[in-house]
Design a protein around this ligand. Structure first.
Ligand SMILES: Nc1nc2c(ncn2[C@@H]2O[C@H](COP(=O)(O)OP(=O)(O)O)[C@@H](O)[C@H]2O)c(=O)[nH]1
Ligand SMILES: [Mg+2]
Length: 395
């Protein structure tokens, strides 16, 4: 998650992350105040099976499964970040870890390019969109250019394709050779690498960025009147976006944690439970939220997280179990885990995702719905319930 100052990043982060969950409990490497646990929301398979579950790695509330994902609030993107300006290097280092970028913008235009408040409508959020893309492109190009002469020499001496050498340079970004080859093809770069200009390399960097760091735009402060026109314009801008009202989500989260309302993140409405306990201020805040929900169908936060995970990264959800009759793990927990995995994964990929040993000792798997055996290369589908049988654990 990134964006200039005052667009609502902290509000997004606080509304989306669960402060009651210690990040340390998750297999996330760094502990950092800017890293939090957010959730994607799916329809749990417990509904279809007609059973009640007790999840371990996720949560299930009334058949709605919330699966944890890591959210990083990447601060400090300023012009010239790729040259190390501002917190440039730290920013890009944090961004490096991300599979997908959520760019929070102020679609109401009530902030200038530096994030200082201006009259609503005066700020230009479209410039911000282009700026973030450009800064990333320049950053990728700067990494390539840093070693450019060496890359050319190495590829000539070792008779390696230049794409191989570039992908080694960019390996920290998990950008592989195929992606770079596709990018070269896409921009029709047929000249010899030694003849590639800075402009060619910028175009190449852009292709690499588009493929490796997809951006979803959170068009925030959509509740303000001046947002309407910009949202209309944004439709023709060719970038994926979802209108958001982070402030509304934060109000809902607080009211729900105090048990004043019943609301599940991502819902299109809420129910007041303890109206008598609400102050007139709280009632008016909730009324505003109601209008937002009526207009946009949701606050947009959950939709952003789900879109990033399932549409942009093309992930699916699978439920591994150990007992194919009771749908349990070895401790008797029903449907304990919901795992997020790439859409083109095999049964063996799932085994490796769960545990390296389970992958190494993979024998076969069972599709729990049909009780049929499936092999290592069997492609998984969304909502599959899978038992893995491996040599580990067999005495
Ligand atoms: N109207 C409106 N204001 C918002 C919304 N989200 C955040 N804000 C306000 O925008 C200001 C900046 O928010 P903040 O989260 O601190 O921005 P950051 O600097 O990007 O972290 C605060 O006054 C927020 O209350 C929203 O959805 N609608
Ligand atoms: Mg902030």
């Amino acid at each position: 998650m990134l964006g200039k100052a005052n667009v609502g990043k902290s509000t997004f982060f606080n509304a989306a992350t669960d402060s009651s969950v210690q990040v340390a409990n998750f297999p996330f490497t760094t502990i950092n105040p800017n890293i939090g646990v957010a959730y994607v929301r799916v329809h749990c398979v417990c509904n279809e099976l007609g059973i009640s579950d007790n999840p371990v790695n996720s949560r299930c509330i009334s058949g709605v499964r919330y699966i944890p994902v890591k959210l990083i609030d990447v601060a400090g993107l300023v012009r010239g970040a790729h040259l190390g300006r501002g917190l440039g290097n730290k920013f890009l280092d944090d961004a490096r870890q991300a599979d997908v970028l959520i760019h929070v913008i102020d679609i109401s235009g009530s902030t200038d390019e530096e994030g200082k408040p201006v009259n609503p409508g005066e700020g230009n959020p479209f410039i911000d969109i282009q700026f973030v893309e450009e800064e990333f492109d320049l950053w990728i190009r700067s990494i390539i250019l840093r070693d450019w002469d060496k890359i050319i020499r190495e590829s000539e001496n070792l008779k390696q394709r230049v794409e191989t050498v570039i992908s080694n340079r960019l390996s920290g970004l998990s950008i592989n050779e195929q992606l770079i080859r596709n990018s070269v093809d896409q921009i029709d770069l047929t000249k010899k690498p030694a003849e590639w200009t800075d402009d060619d390399l910028l175009l190449l960097s852009k292709q690499i960025r588009v493929k490796s760091k997809p951006i979803i735009i959170a068009a925030n402060k959509a509740d303000l009147q001046s947002s309407d026109l910009n949202l209309e314009k944004l439709k023709g801008f060719g970038r994926p976006f979802i209108p958001t009202v982070c402030e509304a989500e934060l109000v809902l989260k607080k009211a729900s944690s105090k048990n004043f309302i019943y609301y599940l993140p991502g819902d299109s409405n809420f129910e007041i439970k303890r109206g008598d306990k609400l102050s007139s201020e709280q009632i008016s805040a909730l009324n505003k939220v109601s209008q937002v929900l009526k207009k946009f169908g949701s606050t947009g936060i959950q939709q952003i997280l789900n879109h990033a995970c399932f549409q942009m990264l093309k992930k699916i959800v699978v439920y591994p179990v150990e007992d194919e009759y009771k749908f349990t793990d070895k401790n008797g927990n029903v449907l304990p885990d919901a795992r997020i995995i790439s859409a083109n994964s095999t049964a063996k990929d799932l085994a490796f995702l769960i545990h390296n040993d389970l992958g190494k000792g993979f024998l076969y798997a069972i599709d729990v719905r049909t009780k049929q055996r499936i092999g290592a290369e069997h492609m998984l589908k969304n909502n599959d319930i899978i038992k893995i049988v491996s040599t580990t654990g067999r005495k």
